[in-house]
Design a protein around this ligand. Structure first.
Ligand code: FMN
Length: 170
């Protein structure tokens, strides 16, 4: 099996991370992989914020906790967040960002880094407690975050889920 297929088939969501910081060069290549995702009509209307400052990560988590009523929320205590955003009026912004996120997950896994999709910002970006924090993180004012990636070295492996038999060859 070639390495790309092996990476795709062995990736799983990781929700427990070690305290070891991620290397800047790894985050750079993961973010670069994100920006090489396909995008509808090559619009590339996305923006990526790479955040490693733990205080800022928890500040965002605290605001999410307050808005969603989820006391103790912490994104699973990652070493980094990569926050793709996009224009809400882009016809394919959500799809483009999902492609970018999958590139993030696969690139991270290929480097021994665990990751998971975080959905909690979806729908609350324009909340008065959230938007100012996103602006501090250089997320463009007119952008929405559909999903983001939490990353770190895996403390515990995620469960490798059985895949359902949904493929027919005719
Ligand atoms: C659109 C979407 C939203 C998700 N949101 C979350 C989330 O908010 N928190 C979380 O822990 N996992 C989230 N996940 C991860 C899924 O739970 C995970 O992909 C699924 O259980 C299959 O496991 P696997 O990624 O290990 O194959 C999300 C995945 C997708 C595609």
């Amino acid at each position: 099996m070639n390495q790309v297929i092996e990476t795709i088939l062995s990736r799983r969501s990781v929700r427990s991370f070690t305290e070891e910081p991620l290397k800047k060069e790894d985050l750079e290549i993961i973010a670069k992989a994100a920006s090489y995702a396909p995008s509808g009509m090559n619009q590339q209307s996305w923006h990526f914020t790479v955040l490693t400052d733990k205080v800022k990560i928890q500040k965002l988590a605290d605001a999410i906790a307050e808005v969603l009523g989820r006391e103790g929320y912490n994104f699973y205590k990652p070493q980094a967040l990569i926050i793709p955003s996009n224009k809400p009026d882009s016809a394919w912004g959500r799809d483009d960002n999902a492609c970018a996120l999958q590139n993030i997950f696969l690139a991270a896994h290929s480097l021994g880094i665990g990751s998971v999709w975080i959905n909690q910002l979806c729908g609350i970006c324009d909340n008065e407690k959230i938007r100012p924090i996103l602006s501090e993180l250089n997320v463009p004012e007119n952008h929405i975050v559909y999903g983001l990636a939490a990353l770190g070295y895996p403390k515990a492996e995620g469960k490798l889920h059985e895949r359902k038999g949904v493929i027919d060859f005719i």
